[in-house]
Design a binder for this molecule. Structure first.
Ligand SMILES: Nc1ncnc2c1ncn2[C@@H]1O[C@H](COP(=O)(O)OP(=O)(O)OP(=O)(O)O)[C@@H](O)[C@H]1O
Length: 364
């Protein structure tokens, strides 16, 4: 059975498979060798009803075409078409269930209205952010996804072993490197409601942050932005404003801590963080999101313009982009400026680097 790359069903099959294989990966606690995405050119085998199904993602081998033609071929053994039809129905209903989920992001309500203190409001409800659209080092990305998955799946184990059921992540790196995007993509993938608050907001207090944390629902993700000490007050000296370090530690793993949520803290300044805040136990994983590597920028280029690796523009782009000098946000902005014109994006690379880069162009 062939599924055309232009049909809506194509992405649904890719997502379904990615979800299936990742789930198995985490259950089996396998190492990182497994392919968890049905990447271009790859074949993934999966079993349903004791029958193997082979999913092959194919691309048009003609590199002279700018637009890539893709398809997925699903094969199984036997003469009957029924198993294939049943499988497609299964994928369709899984996908319909997923579509019901939309990413909702809540923020602390404005305190100007009476009774709003310590309350959340729905800032926006939007389409989920797909993990595939956040381009990071693949191994790092997979590790974090697996870590979150295990945490969500292991509630009983935590309880049995008497471990507080909490998991915190620190995403750090320069502005525009994907910290918020990755957090939202993880929340989307695991269908979590998102509560986000910034410590840079001076009007937040220890009491308010404790009440806010207590009013989050499970399952959810709490994103604490700008966690660096610049946003934290010294222990309060008569001033009711500002969150203190002890107030923050209290909601992370003290008496006021909530369980069962995924906590993600973000900062541009790891060096400014108080060591107490990021000691193991409070932060399960530190995840560095650096300026874009050549490989990362190249993948962004291929994904944005839907070009195969073999297209000559891909090499030209890779040669023109400096290593870890530009933020992914500035690269994305460059693509938006040259929305449907990969030639122009390559041709004007020097300008991008001059305006946004930390160093000059690399030689060809
Ligand atoms: N690794 C990435 N892959 C794809 N897009 C990215 C990546 N990093 C950043 N972007 C894009 O750049 C923009 C800004 O990204 P984002 O807000 O996630 O960065 P950030 O690291 O959280 O920034 P800040 O530290 O300033 O809050 C978004 O539109 C996002 O889609």
């Amino acid at each position: 059975m062939l599924i055309d790359g232009n049909s809506e069903f194509f992405q649904e099959v890719v997502d379904w498979l990615s979800d299936r294989v990742q789930g198995r990966h985490s259950l089996a606690k396998r190492t990182t060798t497994i392919t968890y995405e049905l990447g271009p050119g790859s074949t993934v085998t999966d079993w349903y009803w004791k029958r193997p199904f082979f999913f092959t993602r194919e691309r048009d081998p003609n590199p002279s075409q700018l637009r890539v033609k893709e398809s997925i071929i699903i094969r199984t053994v036997g003469w009957s078409c029924t198993p294939l039809k049943e499988l497609l129905e299964k994928i369709g209903s899984w996908s319909a269930g997923r579509k019901k989920y939309s990413l909702s992001i809540k923020r602390p309500a404005s305190k100007e209205c009476d009774g709003n203190q310590g309350r959340w409001y729905l800032d926006r409800s939007c389409a989920p952010r797909r993990l595939e659209t956040v381009i990071l080092d693949e191994e790092l990305k997979r590790d974090v996804i697996d870590d979150v998955r295990s945490y969500i799946a292991d509630a009983e184990t935590y309880a049995r072993r008497g471990i507080p059921y909490r998991r915190g992540y620190l995403f750090y790196g320069p502005p525009g490197t994907g910290k918020s995007s990755f957090a939202l993509a993880l929340a989307s993938h695991f269908q979590l409601e998102v509560y986000t608050l910034s410590l840079a907001e001076r009007s937040m207090t220890d009491v308010e942050i404790r009440v806010l944390f207590g009013r989050t629902r499970k399952p959810s993700m709490i994103i604490l932005e700008d966690i660096d000490s610049a946003g934290l007050q010294r222990e309060q000296q008569g001033s009711p404003d500002g969150v203190t370090l002890s107030g923050l530690l209290n909601v992370i793993d003290g008496a006021g801590a909530v369980e069962g949520r995924v906590l993600i803290m973000t900062t541009n300044h790891l060096e400014n963080l108080d060591p107490a805040l990021i000691r193991p136990g409070r932060i399960g994983r530190r995840v560095e999101l650096p300026l874009a590597t050549k490989a990362q920028a190249k993948r962004m280029f291929m994904v944005h313009y839907e070009l195969p690796k073999s297209n000559p523009l891909v090499d030209k782009f890779e040669n023109g982009i400096p290593e870890t000098s530009l933020s992914p946000a500035s690269i994305q902005n460059h693509f938006i400026k040259n929305m449907d014109d990969p030639d122009a994006a390559v041709g004007s690379l020097a300008e991008l680097v001059k305006e946004n880069g930390e160093c000059g162009l690399t030689s060809d």
